[in-house]
Design a protein around this ligand. Sequence first.
Ligand code: HDE
Length: 753
Amino acid sequence: MESRNPAKAVKDVVESAAEKVTEALTPQVPGAPGSAPPSLAEPTTPHDPLPPKPEQGTPQTRTPTGAKTGTPAKAKGQQGAFLTTAQGARLRDTDHSLKAGPRGPVLLQDHHLREKITHFDHERIPERVVHARGAGAHGIFTAYGTAENVTRAGFLRKGRETEVFVRFSTVLGSRGSADTVRDTRGFATKFYTDEGTFDLVANNMPVFFIQDAIKFPDIIHAAKPHPDREIPQAQSAHDTFWDFVSLHTEAQHHTMWNMSDRGIPRSYRTMEGFGVHTFRLVNAAGETALVKFHWKPKLGVHSLVWEEAQLLNGIDPDFHRRDLYDAIEAGAFPEWELGIQVFPDTPEETFAGIDLLDPTKIVPEELAPVQPIGKLVLNRTPTNFFAETEQVAFHVGHLPPGIDVTNDPLLQGRLFSYVDTQLTRLAGPNFPQIPINRPHAAVNDMLRDGFHQQAIHAGVAPYRPNSLDGGNPFPAGVDDHPFIDVPVQVAQAPKIRQSPASFDDHFSQARLFWLSMSPVEQEHIIRAYTFELGKCYHQAIKERQLQCLANIDPVLCAQVATGLGLPAPKPTIPLAEVEPSPALSQVGRQWPVDGRTVGIVVTDDSDLDTIHHVRRAVFAADMVPLLIAGHGGMIGDLPVQRTFATGRSVEFDALLLAAAPPPAPDALPARDAKAGAANSATIDPRVLLLVEEVWRHAKAIGAWGTGVTVLDQAGATGSPGVVTGDSGDDVFDSLRQLMTQHRVWERFPASLS
Ligand code: HDE
């Protein structure tokens, strides 16, 4: 038998894998599973685990008490070339149980079998009660220094860089639910600051359904699937949701945001984030200010259209996850600016008459501009979903010196909830010691023992005061950067279960939002309410919600009532006099196109040089080109990413037609023609459907050469946002220009004015 130097064998395999990684990067289309292309035959030469993909990161290696370890990140994963038990004993066989003979019973003695099955049996932990479905990424936050005058938080000093982990989520669905449902999105950021971790546990909407944490179980029970049949999944379009929000009318403002385009974001990268509550900052001089936190995406705020969102739920339920990971892998790193609205810390805690403790209210940006204080860049995807994204534990009480809470009754309840929920979800009080949760600041907390204790605490005196451990740990003095509980005056008042009178205004800001929308956005809101209420079973619930809409705006109410086939009620309160806030609208500007996808329809007869050119131009514009053809494999020397059978319009932000493909062998012209695509004899009906949908969803379309005939047959020629030309390059240039506005809304003149 050939003798091999095992060390050399390992080196060869690892090096060849590393080469393949680089090789795999050259085609640039992101999404390859694993860091090296697989061989056809099962690999049998032992070697170390392959490295993670180049864009993957892991939490820094820290001890459970926050010290840097210097251990390479890969030491956190599996080690060595050979299969072992959990205790590290090498194993020869994991394909057969230990049996009394080949046909005999399995022996209880088989510790490998029992270890493997037992561990498997316990692989699941409870999913989050809310925000179960999520996707995470690592990144860096760099401070501009512009907040130094209002906060002493060290990580906000000019030029400071802080590692972060961000988890985006939907609220209602289970862990395996679809990404593009109509829902609020979570936007939770863990800043690993050297003065203690700061969690900004935010949403993509600036207001919340309720004003008091005691109503949280009520709204969530109402919004989750009905308890008898457990349907519908990840939806608010059902009776219990509308039953609650139409009775508990403080929910109406947030509901309006959910019914707007904000409820169906195009991407996590195109969402704003909001801390919702007002926080209290304290600066080095001990002065305080009230602030609201905002995340502003570099790419602008963009949304899906409802039909697209619904199709995506089936065609690519992981659309937002994939988009986030692919963008990072492609180097189109998602970016946001963190900003604050700053208000004087007055005893009334109001600004321009708006109660800053009411989480159902915004302060329009026109009244208090958002001041940028730093930049967030997400540049690494997690290496392991469970270890990082599932086990990350956020808490609104994770606050560094310089940031404190206010008496917002919703925030106060959250301060209890986030630790409490981890006790069940992460099995005990030591969740801060899980690698993704480990602080990057020195920890000396006197908390001891408990399930899964990872630290090995020396000393005998985890109590204060002590003399046996030399008095350690010591309380920090004022010059040692301690956390400051701001000594806010509490007004003399009876102990009472009651909200302030200002919390009684439930409709004025819903109206403000409605009146701030452009006509096309208003149409979307009307359709969303009509869809959602149309899905309710009970007439009484529809009528009750229509009454709420009447108190917001008569046009909105009348339009939804028409759609439901019900009379529009009259308002029961005077309509609020409000000044619209143009900052709330998400249309009418131009934005970068980084990380968007462009589908390119080609055939074997397409001019390859042009396709190469256009593909390179798409990459150069920081977008991802996906070739679509009648068959898989290759077109010339280029890989086909989608076939007419596997691709669907909703995966693309824009479409280029370089050809007019005849029906592919797997086309069913008669059926697909019936489904809406006309004249399928000469062009593959799925290509016509592609064009029809891209057109319906107001996306840019370009064509050259024979591709132009597809536009003619689909009836799209000459409509806004449809460009043709002699060369692929010119057409792509115009297409890219159109994409900076995100959608071509002019294609559908709004019926509202
Ligand atoms: Fe949460 N929320 N929440 N929430 N929330 C949770 O904590 C809760 C609220 C938000 O990616 C839970 O670890 C109460 C507002 C995000 O891991 C739980 C109240 C805002 C996430 C919880 C609120 C949020 C959560 C479930 C009313 C926007 C996901 C699992 C007082 C500012 C974090 C967990 C992640 C998660 C409780 C209201 C955002 C049960 C009681 C307002 C982004 O503790």
